[in-house]
Write a protein that binds this ligand. Structure first.
Ligand code: ADP
Ligand code: MN
Ligand code: MN
Ligand code: MN
Length: 350
């Protein structure tokens, strides 16, 4: 038997954006533990806006485990769902529990974020009214002027930690604004990619502690009145039906449903999105829904490959923002998809 250091992670009850919380327990196992070997645990919900002080227990149900290479050997990150003390009722803050189980649903999230130091993006000159060169050479750029001196070290280290954890990063890139970056995570299964995004966010925030750098996930941290991009979390999705059957009629019916439920989507696509979805900076405005082939100004971008393959494949919903909860985003997308009839299968009601 060996001692394992397990960091149990969960989302707290703060609105409109939940925070990651974590605490450590040490347990003995013969080898790296399987999910089914991990015990439930509890925490004081009165300190996380998840319970009253008089009855403060909340329960943690492990739902995914990842090696925690940054911490050391025999260390793991354990993503958890929050339950009521009866261990049967999901806590109201537990959005993951509302996602339908569907191994055929695949998601790819493109997480954009800013690295911040002293209240300004990393590499911005000191002072609230001082800006670096206008946007242009930062996106995928190289050199001190473009990316500064420590951002790339953080971003590369984060990638290394995520890969060591078994997180399925597909790529990283410097983004359009100075101090802004992106990583992409892909996962098969309705909850898998979302779990990985939360753990990747955790690893990034924890890594940045020692650089005295903050991760700013706000979708428009510099405000809407300056010519600096906001941050999104484009959500690429497909179902077995979309990949294998698809077709133009189904696609149009699907987009009809996305139009019909546009407000329900926006409601879970991250706060303050009206600051970002303005119709400028590669976005559609928040009150409109449209789609377009290779159109980065559309709500949903249809990849060329989708049309070329007879309307089969994945679609990119460009509206979710960087602060959105991937559990809520995936859940809402699948809820809308389920309202569209598929020949041979029956659509569920909203
Ligand atoms: P762009 O920046 O041009 O929008 P990216 O390469 O950053 O494109 O992101 C594309 C995303 O699409 C990736 O996260 C990838 O995992 C995802 N993706 C690719 N194929 C599928 C699929 N069949 N189902 C869901 N997502 C997919
Ligand atoms: Mn991208
Ligand atoms: Mn991007
Ligand atoms: Mn994209």
């Amino acid at each position: 038997m060996a001692k394992y250091i397990l960091e149990y992670l969960w989302l707290d009850g703060y609105e409109p954006v939940a925070n990651l919380r974590g605490k450590t327990q040490i347990k003995e196992f013969k080898s790296f533990p399987k999910l089914s070997e991990l015990p439930w645990w509890g925490f004081d919900g009165s300190s996380t806006r998840q319970a009253e002080g008089r009855s403060s227990d909340c329960m943690l149900k492990p739902v995914a485990i990842y090696p925690d290479a940054a911490r050391g050997e025999n260390c793991a990150l354990v993503m958890c769902e929050v339950y009521m003390p009866d261990k049967k009722t999901p806590h109201p803050s537990n959005a993951r529990a509302t996602i339908p189980d569907d191994p055929g649903a695949w998601f790819g999230f493109e997480q954009e974020y800013f690295l911040y130091k002293n209240g300004r993006p990393l590499g911005f000159p000191c002072g609230p009214n001082n800006y670096p060169y206008p946007q242009g050479l930062y996106y995928t750029g190289v050199g001190y002027d473009a990316v500064g001196s420590i951002a790339r070290e953080i971003v590369d280290k984060h990638l290394e930690l995520c890969l060591a954890a078994g997180i399925n990063h597909e790529g990283i890139n410097a983004e359009v604004a100075k101090g802004q970056w992106e990583f992409q995570i892909f996962g098969k299964g309705s909850k898998n990619a979302a779990d990985q995004v939360w753990v990747a966010r955790y690893l990034l925030m924890r890594l940045c502690e020692k650089y005295e750098v903050d991760v700013n996930f706000h979708c428009k941290p510099l405000g809407k009145d300056v010519d600096w991009n906001g941050s999104g979390m484009h959500s690429n999705f497909s179902t077995t039906y979309m990949r294998e059957v698809g077709g133009k009629d189904y696609f149009e019916a699907l987009m009809g449903a996305f139009d019909k439920y546009k407000n329900e989507h926006i409601a879970v696509y991250g706060p303050d999105n009206h600051l970002r979805l303005t119709g400028l900076h590669e976005t559609q405005s928040i009150d409109k829904f449209n789609y377009g082939v290779a159109n980065r100004g559309a709500s949903v971008r249809v990849p060329h490959s989708f049309v070329d393959n007879g309307y089969k494949g994945y679609l990119e919903d460009r509206r979710p923002n960087s602060q959105g909860d991937p559990y809520k985003i995936a859940g809402r997308i699948l809820q809308t998809v389920a309202t569209v009839p598929t020949p041979g299968g029956k659509a569920k009601q909203k």
